[in-house]
Ligand binder design. Structure first.
Ligand code: GAP
Length: 417
């Protein structure tokens, strides 16, 4: 088996980019007009992959916990947010001639004399900080607690490059976890392991993930400690996700406080001492697009089947854009097509949603196509099906096939997800 490790690394990036276009995952933005650097459009399977990643993340970090509150804040915010957060003064990249360039996208809100300048958000984080009081008033959470948000972020990167790695419009999944100042080291370690656990769960090649302690001079203006999780991309070891200790920097700047109720004698619940404090923040941040790129690179595999080299994406079933493809052996045999459509495709589609109908070309071609999309199971309806109500289920990774009763199909797939 030729794993992605053994393929020429430059080729690998080209292969991923062309697979993404050919199979409908990711397209260059504004392509028919020559493109727009740093923007990409997501096709049917790319959206499915992204949705699976985001849902998986939300399930683990929001729905699967009691202490994290979801939010979906506006992308456009009052410019004072960005002045106060330090982004207007400090969110800069050096240009070639040594000048500093602010990477926020400036935009105009309103018309004529009424127009005011603001910025497209460069991080989702501020949308959570400015809602701190709303969240406290609405839910009365006790420390430690967090907020989570998934959404677009925009940066006018000087040199967007490496496919979806560095874009001007991208997506983030972020958590702001509010703690008492003394606890920061404990929760920094805790979130480090939570992040690693999630990376493993979605199927990242952990042998390619490294932790990098970011020295003070390279940290963002708000951070007292940052770890980057780096990934070994074909173009080098570069940032994947980040974990930062933002201290009380943001809440303090926004003049937001919290009434902390501390039980004075452990366990009794009474008496309670109330103190006004500014919570500190641990921030695990994940780039959706980088997660997808790293997943594509982790999943891409080549091997030989039937004497031919084939490439496939070895996605975990819970992440794969298509869970199974349904194929009538011959597309011009009405009884096969009808059986496949009514008895197999329709119920599976209803149950799982991400089910493909594939009757294009011969079976070999269909398998290759589904392999490239990363579909774990291909189900074929043949003439035996009509008499014994069983179908062939082919496993993407081994190419092995087994007969499964049509009535068992849903459970068969559920067990593997
Ligand atoms: N709120 C903290 C923050 O925004 P960051 O390290 O600047 O921290 C967080 O960005 C994550 O967003 C990064 O770890 C990366 O995954 C992703 N990211 C940042 N810039 C990006 C870009 N230009 N294109 C794609 N993803 C990007």
């Amino acid at each position: 088996m030729i794993n992605s490790k053994d393929t020429n690394e430059n080729d690998l990036m080209d292969k991923i980019v062309s697979l993404c276009k050919r199979r409908g995952f990711v397209f260059q933005g504004s392509e028919i007009y020559g493109g727009l650097a740093g923007t990409y459009d997501w096709g049917h399977y790319g959206v499915a992959l992204k949705n699976n990643i985001k849902q998986n993340w939300w399930k683990k970090f929001v729905d699967g916990r009691r202490d994290i509150y979801g939010i979906d804040a506006a992308i456009l915010m009052n410019r004072k947010v960005w002045e106060t957060s330090g982004h207007v003064a400090g969110f800069v990249d050096p240009m070639e001639d040594g000048k500093q360039f602010n990477v926020m996208f400036k935009t105009q809100i309103g018309a004529g004399d009424e127009a005011v300048v603001s910025y497209l958000r460069p991080e989702t984080a501020q949308g959570m900080f400015v809602n701190f009081k709303n969240i406290v008033d609405a839910f009365h959470p006790k420390l430690p607690f967090g907020t989570a948000q998934i959404g677009k972020a925009f940066r006018n990167e000087i040199a967007p490059r490496d496919f979806i790695f560095r874009q001007r419009e991208f997506e983030q999944m972020e958590i702001e976890y509010f703690i008492r100042a003394n606890d920061w080291e404990k929760y920094f370690e805790y979130w480090k392991s939570e992040m690693l656990e999630w990376m493993e769960e979605v199927g990242l090649d952990m042998a390619k993930v490294r932790e990098l302690e970011i020295p003070k001079e390279n940290r963002a203006h708000y951070s007292s400690r940052t770890i980057d999780f780096e990934f070994d991309y074909p173009f080098g070891r570069k940032e994947l996700f980040g974990l930062a200790y933002r201290t009380d920097f943001d809440l303090k700047n926004h003049k937001l406080e919290y009434v902390d109720e501390v039980p004075t004698s452990e366990g009794t619940g009474i008496p309670i001492e109330s103190k006004v404090i500014i919570p500190h923040v641990i921030e695990p941040t994940f780039g959706v697009d980088r997660a997808i790129l790293a997943l594509l690179l982790s999943a891409y595999t080549e091997d030989k089947q039937g004497g031919e080299i084939r490439s496939y994406l070895k996605f975990k079933p819970n992440i794969a854009p298509v869970i199974c493809a349904v194929s009538p052996l011959l597309k011009n045999k009405k009884e096969l097509v009808e059986y496949a459509n009514i008895k197999v495709y329709a119920p599976l589609k209803e149950e799982f949603g991400r089910v493909a109908w594939d009757d294009n070309g011969n079976i070999g071609k269909r398998y290759r196509r589904q392999d490239e999309i990363g579909t774990p199971f291909c189900i074929v309806i043949d003439f035996d099906t009509l008499t014994d109500n069983t179908v062939t289920v082919r496993d993407r990774d081994t190419g092995e096939q087994e007969r499964v009763k049509v009535s068992d199909l849903q459970n068969y797939i559920k067990e593997k997800i």
